[in-house]
Each structure stands twice: as C-alpha cells, then as structure tokens.
Design a protein around this ligand. Sequence first.
Ligand SMILES: Cc1cc2nc3c(=O)[nH]c(=O)nc-3n(C[C@H](O)[C@H](O)[C@H](O)COP(=O)(O)OP(=O)(O)OC[C@H]3O[C@@H](n4cnc5c(N)ncnc54)[C@H](O)[C@@H]3O)c2cc1C
Length: 292
Amino acid sequence: MDFPDDLMHLIRTDEPLGPLAWLGIGGPARFFAEPMDAADVQRLVAAAQDQGLSVRILGSGSNILVREAGVNGLVISLAGAMSSEIAIDGTKMTVGAGAKLSHAVIKSVGAGLGGLEHLVGIPGTVGGAVVGNASAGGRDLGSVVSSVTVVEKDASIRTMTQQEVGFSHRKTSLVGLAVLDATFQLETREVLALTKRMQKLWISRNSARPTEEPRIAMPFVDPDGMPAKDLLQTVGLAGLTEGEVALDSQHPHFMVARSGATSEQCLRLIERVREQVLLQTGIDLQLNLQIW
Ligand SMILES: Cc1cc2nc3c(=O)[nH]c(=O)nc-3n(C[C@H](O)[C@H](O)[C@H](O)COP(=O)(O)OP(=O)(O)OC[C@H]3O[C@@H](n4cnc5c(N)ncnc54)[C@H](O)[C@@H]3O)c2cc1C
C-alpha cells in the first residue's frame, strides 16, 4: 500500500489504538496519521479513497470501543495541535475540531458568552462532540451550532449549516466525514453568573461519575424521558459484570474496564444489558459508544 511521497512523513503503520481510547482496549491501526492542517486531511482522505482504504477519524477516544483486531484502514487523529484554535467574533465562536470541549466551554464563559456552559465536564474534542451531538441536562450541542466545516468523502471542503447537519438526539449526518471546525452562535451573558453556573454543573457532573476509574465509557444514549442511569438502577443491572468489564455499581450508566478487559467482554456486557432492559421494560437501548 503506497501513499504519495509527500504524505509519507505523516503516516505511521500498526499504531496501537488501545492507549488512545479511554477504555484502553484495542488493536492497531494499519495506517495512522496526525495531519498538520486541513490540506493534509484532504490529501489523506483522497489517498485513502484512491486505494480503497476505509477512513476513521479519532478525537480523544472517550466514545470508542476498538476491537483487538484493530482497524484495517487509515485512522486520522484530529485531536492534535493542528485544529485546536478558538476564535471569538462578537457572539460567534469558531473552534477547531481538535480543541477539548472543556476548553471551548471555559473560553466561552470567560468571554461572557452563554450556550455551552451546560456541557462542562463532558470529555473529548469539539469534533467528537459535534459529530455525536453531545448533550447534558436535556440540552444538546447542536442547538447552538451555526455551521460546521467538514472534509467530505471525496476530499472536498464544505461548510454545512445547522439545518444541513441535521442534529437529532445524540445523532448527526456527519458520521464518515472529517469535521475540521464548528462555529457556535452564543448569547451575551454576565461572566460571573455564567461562571457560577458552570462551576455548579462541573461539581454535580463530577460527583455523578466513577472518578476513581480511569478506563470508563458511557455506552448508552438516555432513552426518551429517563436517564439511562435511573433505568439501569431500576432494572437492577448496577454492578453487572462480564469478565473484567462491569457497569459501575453507583453510576451504572458507566462501563468500567479493568486490567485484562477485552472488547468481546464489553460487547457481551452491552448485549446482556440491552436484552434485560428490553425484556423488563420494552425499551430498546441505543448505543452511544462507537464500535470500531
Ligand atoms: C466519563 C465520560 C462522561 C461522558 N459524558 C457524556 C455526556 O454527558 N454527554 C455526552 O453526550 N457524551 C458523554 N460522554 C461520551 C463522550 O465524551 C462524547 O461522545 C465525546 O463528545 C466524544 O468525543 P471524543 O473526541 O472523545 O470522540 P472519539 O471518542 O475520539 O470519537 C467518537 C466518534 O466521533 C468521531 N469523531 C471524533 N472526532 C471527529 C472529527 N473531528 N470529525 C469526524 N468524526 C469525528 C469518531 O470517528 C467516533 O465515531 C462521556 C464519556 C465519558 C468517558
């Protein structure tokens, strides 16, 4: 498999993905690249397309489960320095896909711009949050998106409006595209009030997660009208274990991986949870976690 010479300095082969995923599980990427700018992303996508290679985009790895077989394609990491700029123009804020969502939240609050503060404490990059339409407290990120710049599958760059992206509950039409940046339409607010609100949310969100556990994921989307946490408690699945993977006993909407955990164990646990929830409540729990 040959990439053009001018891309070879960006390409690594057999790059382990486990250390890049929060769950700490997973085999290597056959090809792995950390582009320096948007033109690199375009050229990487075009080269992969030419060679019939599949492309996956990696953010901070907080919402992926990688199988031990790894990825037989090209993984492009957009969590690097290339795309972490944040620029404010009036009430609009444009953020590179690689910026941490928490940095974008803190920056907006410091500038007296409201609309992102409810997302404080959600791990990951702005790109990952936009693609998955991250949400918290009943409000999603998509509601404040004004536009999103992407590299399309044919390697062209396109700016999409909020309507074109089509945000719905933890879903967008952006899957398979590379998000380069997003512009948010925010509202002027008092900095002190915003800061207090953000701090309060930060504290309550931190206390609602297994802070001692470094290898965690939030596998399920909250079904309509009920947080997944309450549903899993009610159904009696807190602490459910499969090998070295378990639902946390206090916060069962989090899956915790211990040393020796495998992707098979994660997938079996997820399946058992979905079966039990369906059997006992008729609710078909949807996956938030992306399986690679
Ligand atoms: C402790 C914890 C708490 C969480 N709390 C919440 C919560 O409250 N609300 C919530 O919605 N989620 C939550 N999540 C899930 C996760 O943090 C979010 O989904 C986050 O937005 C993922 O961002 P990431 O950069 O880590 O994406 P990754 O895990 O790297 O990728 C996730 C998906 O997004 C795609 N992707 C990433 N970046 C790009 C890009 N630039 N262009 C195109 N595709 C891209 C990937 O291909 C993959 O399909 C939580 C997860 C954890 C571990």
